[in-house]
Design a protein. Structure first.
Ligand code: 2HG
Ligand code: ZN
Length: 476
């Protein structure tokens, strides 16, 4: 348990507003947003400056106490939930919430890591630019978590993962050292790119306190189609055609199965599933001169001609386009209302997506033909949310545990056998730590532990997430 002297020194450093201990106020910080993992903490620390984050880390190093950085607390893998020992502090980034600068000519935005993604998007928009990170949780997730998990989302196909959008980073290390690399440069070949270590590290190597993100011209024009697929439509070939014939203006290529669609209420009745599901495809362009609506119509004509679509609806109004996206983005909520799902965030090489759907379906049917799947996702990135719905009447946590032990290994083996992965965009956190150890190449895992030991020799940074505590490390 943490020393009371440490708590006292934290209070002196952060002030009363910076140290929450009231159990009612602590509660939301101690559970992951899927309510799968519940932890304990003596306090939630809410620094309001980078200097306070440094002071916290110096104390944590001195007292050898675990610090669990938490941003918007929307992790799908319980990456920001303390353990049940009551010995780890949560470090909330929520009071580090300033947009530091938007630079139109450099096309960059500098923010504190506690800024909510949507606020960063709005700040970019106010300067006539666009932050191309689009997630279902953008109204509540914070930049620090987006960076910590290397979040993906709905337009990775065109703009990349978070990793591809980070120009500069500011990080407080486990011993309180500040690493300030908040440059806006596109080119800077001056040694190891240490930024990349912290992106996707889930707070296990340091606390990200600020970032510079790349912006792009606003894609004012968007053309969006709802493609009702024929059964067995070859998605990789369709994607290749759409990319080629649209001159690679595709910003989203999302897949929705009929079962996932049925979970979403209030959808426009015209937007139905084909026998092979649905593809939601969007082209976007910043140019006022490019007739992308016509381009999309032409491309969709080819898709129909190829026999891959039963019908195609092209959004005629912004409201219709918004409705298509609302359907896609509310599927996770639909699953929740249904009673929950066990999530498998797999990815495979683009060319194997249809093979995975077939092999995964066979594995599920062999395990229990009565199980229902909700499958959808960023198929343009090779990423499928291959979710098993919790059957009505079953206990959600017990079912999650059983599927995790008895069915998930078969699904992951299939994905990995195809050259894929068990976590495409949701990270590792506490829930997939064992999977990382099991599936990672041994050499790679050794290096991961080596990096962990280098940055966090005393194991105070988000202990329990991603990699084992730093014992043995590279020398074993
Ligand atoms: C999405 O794509 C998110 O909507 C959530 O990554 C996926 O809930 C899921 O399985
Ligand atoms: Zn997703």
């Amino acid at each position: 348990m943490p020393d009371t002297a440490m708590l006292q020194r934290l209070r002196e450093t952060l002030g009363e507003a910076g140290v929450l201990t009231d159990p009612e106020r602590l509660a939301p910080y101690l559970v992951d947003h899927r309510d799968l993992v519940r932890g304990k903490a003596p306090a939630v620390l809410r620094p309001s400056s980078v200097a306070q984050v440094q002071a916290i880390m110096r104390l944590a190093a001195e007292y050898r106490v675990g610090i669990v950085p938490q941003a918007g607390n929307t992790s799908y893998c319980a990456g920001a939930t303390p353990d049940a020992s009551g010995g780890q502090f949560v470090l909330s980034l929520e009071r580090l919430d300033k947009v530091r600068a938007v630079d139109p000519l450099d096309a960059a935005i500098s923010v504190d890591s506690g800024v909510i993604l949507q606020r960063a998007q709005e700040a970019a928009a106010a300067a006539g630019l666009y932050l191309p990170l689009s997630l279902g949780s953008e109204g509540s997730c914070r930049i620090g978590g987006v960076i910590g998990t290397n979040a993906g989302g709905l337009s990775v196909l065109r703009y990349g993962m978070t990793r591809d959008l980070v120009l500069g980073l500011e990080v407080v290390l486990a011993d309180g050292t500040l690493v300030s690399d908040m440059k806006k440069l596109r080119k800077n070949n001056t040694g190891y790119d240490i930024r990349q270590n912290f992106i996707g590290a889930e707070g296990t190597l340091g606390v990200v306190t600020g970032a510079v993100l790349k912006l792009i011209p606003v894609p004012h024009r968007r053309a969006t189609a709802w493609v009702e697929l024929t059964a067995g439509a070859p998605l990789p070939e369709m994607l290749a055609l759409v990319r080629r014939e649209s001159s690679d203006l595709v910003s989203s290529f999302e897949f929705i199965t009929a079962r996932s669609l049925a979970l979403v209420s209030g959808a426009d009745g015209r937007l139905k599933s084909g026998s092979g599901g649905v593809i939601l495809v969007e082209l976007s362009s910043s140019s006022q001169h490019l007739p992308i609506e016509e381009l999309l119509e032409g491309v969709m004509g080819e898709v129909v001609e190829a026999g891959w679509a039963e019908d195609v609806i092209i959004a005629q109004t912004e409201a219709q386009r918004a409705d298509m996206w609302r359907i896609r983005e509310t599927i996770p909520e639909g699953e929740k209302h249904f009673g929950g799902s066990v999530k498998h965030d797999i990815s495979v090489p683009l060319g194997r997506t249809v093979d995975f759907l077939a092999a995964g379906g066979a594995a599920v049917a062999a395990y229990d033909p009565a199980l229902e799947l909700s499958v959808y996702g960023h198929v343009g990135d090779g990423n499928l949310h291959y979710n098993v719905l919790v059957p009505p009447g079953e206990d959600r946590l017990a079912f999650t545990d059983r599927i995790g032990r008895e069915l998930a290994p078969a699904l992951y083996d299939i994905a990995i056998g195809m050259g894929g992965t068990f976590s495409a965009e949701h990270g590792v956190g506490r829930l997939k730590r064992g999977l990382l150890q099991h599936y990672a190449d041994p050499g790679r895992y050794r290096v991961l532990r080596g990096i962990k030991g280098l940055f966090d020799p005393h194991g105070v940074m988000n202990p329990g997430a991603m990699v084992d505590p730093a014992e043995g490390l590279i020398a074993d």
